[in-house]
Design a protein around this ligand. Structure first.
Ligand code: SF4
Length: 694
């Protein structure tokens, strides 16, 4: 049997692996690829379990009684399912207009699929209604980087550079659990004398191994960063020459951070002044230094400004664009980087172009062979679109690809209620996810190892995910489905189901854009172990390290942006006295639709655990292992308690890989990125037996 080199289906590290189809199962082995260097985590090692899983969807499903979601799903042929969808689209658009049909995509889609989904909605549906789950993931750091650096590439340097940094500040990141093979770089740095500082309300595995652990109240990271800037200025640790020569706007930041004196910041965040000072001194004098943020800092109603505050600090210390130094955000989803570049965002065209930019519209329309005026205007962001489903002016027919929004969206009870108000819900998935269970039509799609495509990992390295085996006989790729549907809607001439042809078109559509892929080919990716964008010509080497000579802003300088602390959208009070924060466990991925079905992972972690400090537990008569009910203003969830003194006594942690955590979370949106406030809301807690009701 032929061995195929490919990549893990899960997170943004995109670890290299080799698949060999053997009877009766596929053999999966780690591969010595530059990102993972032969390492895999438990999720990666068990990924082949998904391929022949007994829960696998093998045929389309439709409701036994059309329009009645209480009737069971039954097997159907492709023609029946696609005819039903095409007729519903046509009917809805005739009655309610083009925007009444929309799509919700995902950061796990290959570049080819994300690109085609964006094009399908704009060209085949002629609708403005599209967004995706990356809005819930990367949008805040992306917005900050775009406005400050002129470009959003999560890590503007290869991951391996982390090993060369002598001080690393990790804010709201837990790579030891989220992407364990990445720890080899942090470990190598530590062995060479590097100091790591972790900012997290929990003493995570990553925090436990760090030189310093700063444990702020969730929602106060911006104040923490501004406090660090205050100290850096007062102690003359900023890089005046770098600020003068390479940036603009520092005076506003200097003025704003005057008010963040250390004692005040200690009161706001709970982080002792001595730790703040030590952090700043290490960053400034024990370089090269890096500041890396992740969802803990970014998933807030002020997430953009929080990421900006750390980016400001990195600029003031002169880190950005220097070897083994800088600012980066750690992308989470498998194609979280490429998925946010090529048009499945409500306001975006391929190449990270803006949909409201006339020149971008003209360029992409020419590649697509349409008149620029045919392109719709920007639509609503993810939660805004979901919140209006089935309402007047809202989407009435929704296609969901690679996303389990019934579990992963904030205020999930509201989202489930809105999904129920749709005229037609279509879900493409490999399993009957919680969202698929609500659908009128479920389409079985090919898996990661069954189709060709490219992914862009957390470093901006474009990779090939190769087909190692064919999909089951009655399973289709999303490219095939979109091309077929476009044909039924009279727009088939604009679409192809060939991934290589799609990628070549994507290259042309991205040419000249911020995320320029025009010089990247399937052959180069193969020969060079991936190619870093921007890569504007086939003889261009790609760009592993950015900002060495300047910034892609109008002035060529990085921009400081003045930002101020704002309280989280919801503060604890008498009825809901604690702060809930959500996050990941090592054994699970995203909504758990895949990993909850892998036996080895489930044995290791069969259910969600709410982490509670023993002092808080004692106050409520909760023992380790008890079932507890968490309540917020939006819903309730039951979890088993795990007592740990590694969490603040005023904070409760719940993992989001199971239904429940997002019944509690607050959909208040960041005004710039439209990121919901996943990481801080007010909750009450009680042992289940005492029954608080809801
Ligand atoms: Fe897969 Fe991420 Fe684990 Fe690597 S770290 S094996 S990409 S889940």
């Amino acid at each position: 049997m032929t061995a195929t080199d490919t990549h893990c289906p899960y997170c943004a590290m995109q670890c290299g692996m080799t698949l060999t189809p053997e009877i009766p199962r596929v053999k999966l082995e780690p591969r010595d690829f530059p990102v993972n260097k032969g390492g895999l985590c438990a999720k990666g090692f068990t990924a082949a379990d998904l391929l022949d899983h007994p829960d696998r969807l093998l045929t389309p499903l439709v409701r036994k009684e059309p329009g009645d979601r209480t009737s069971p799903l039954r097997e159907a042929g492709w023609d029946e399912a696609l005819t039903l969808i095409a007729e519903a689209i046509t009917r809805s658009q005739r009655e309610y207009g083009p925007d009444s049909v929309g799509a919700f995509g995902g950061g796990g889609l290959t570049n080819e699929k994300a690109y085609t989904l964006g094009k399908f909605v704009r060209v085949a549906l002629r609708s403005a209604s599209i967004d995706y789950n990356g809005r819930f993931c990367m949008s805040s750091a992306a917005t900050a980087a775009n406005r400050s650096l002129g470009v959003d590439r999560g890590l503007p340097f290869p991951l391996g550079d982390v090993a060369g940094a002598r001080t690393v500040l990790l804010v709201g990141a837990n790579p030891a659990e989220a992407m364990p093979p990445s720890m080899q770089y942090l470990d190598a740095g530590r062995s060479a004398g590097a100091k790591h500082i972790v900012v997290d309300p929990r003493r995570t595995t990553t925090a436990g191994g760090a030189h310093l652990h700063l444990q702020p109240l969730p929602g106060t990271d911006l104040a923490l960063a501004n406090g660090m800037m205050h100290i850096a200025i007062r102690e003359a640790l900023i890089d005046e020459a770098y600020i003068r020569d390479r940036t603009s706007g520092f005076d506003g930041v200097r003025a704003a951070t005057n008010a963040y004196w250390p004692q005040r910041v200690e009161r706001m965040t709970g982080v002792p002044e001595a730790k703040l000072r030590e952090t700043v001194r290490l960053l400034a004098t024990h370089g090269p230094s890096m500041i890396l943020t992740a969802r803990g800092a970014e998933q807030h109603s002020n997430g953009t400004d929080t990421a900006q505050a750390f980016l400001n600090l990195a600029l003031a210390l002169g880190l950005v664009g220097r070897p083994y130094a800088g600012y980066g955000t750690i992308t989470g989803q498998g194609n979280g980087q490429g998925g946010r570049e090529h048009g499945q965002k409500a306001d975006q065209l391929p190449g990270y172009r803006r949909l409201d930019d006339p020149a971008a519209r003209a360029h992409v329309a020419a590649v697509w062979g349409i008149d620029p005026d045919e392109l719709p205007r920007p639509g609503l962001s993810a939660y805004e679109m979901l919140d209006r489903l089935g309402t007047e002016g809202g989407v009435r027919v929704l296609l969901v690809l690679a996303s389990n929004i019934a579990v992963s969206a904030p205020h999930s009870n509201r989202v489930i209620d809105r999904l129920g108000a749709l005229d037609l819900l279509v879900v493409s998935d490999i399993f009957r996810s919680e969202t698929a269970e609500l659908a009128d039509v479920v389409l079985p799609t090919a898996q990661w190892a069954e189709e060709e495509g490219t992914m862009t990992n957390l470093e901006g390295r474009v990779l090939r995910r190769k087909r190692a085996l064919p999909p089951p006989p009655d399973v289709r790729t999303d490219l095939e489905v979109m091309a077929d549907l476009a044909g039924r809607l009279g727009r088939g001439r604009f679409f192809t189901d060939d991934p290589r042809a799609v990628f070549d078109e994507l290259r042309r559509a991205s040419a000249g854009g911020i995320a320029d892929y025009s010089g990247i080919t399937y052959e180069r990716i193969e020969a060079e172990d991936g190619v870093f964008w921007p890569c504007p010509a086939t003889d261009h080497p790609g760009t592993p390290r950015m900002f060495t000579d300047g910034f892609p802003t109008a002035s060529g300088r990085a921009k400081f942006v003045r930002v101020e602390h704002r309280d989280p959208a919801e503060l604890p009070d008498r009825e809901f006295p604690y702060v809930l924060t959500t996050g990941r466990n090592m054994q699970q991925y995203q909504s758990g639709n895949q990993t909850r079905r892998v036996k080895a992972l489930n044995v290791a972690l069969p259910e969600p655990r709410a982490e509670i400090h023993p002092d808080l537990a004692r106050r409520h008569g909760i023992a380790d292992g008890d079932l507890v009910q968490l309540r917020s203003r939006r819903g309730a969830a039951v979890l088993r308690a795990r007592l740990t003194d590694g969490i603040r006594p005023d904070t409760v942690f719940a993992p989001f890989h199971w239904p429940g955590a997002n019944a509690l979370t607050n959909p208040a949106l960041d005004p710039h990125s439209k990121m919901p406030a996943f990481k801080a809301c007010a909750v009450a807690i009680a042992p289940l037996e005492k029954g608080t009701g809801f």
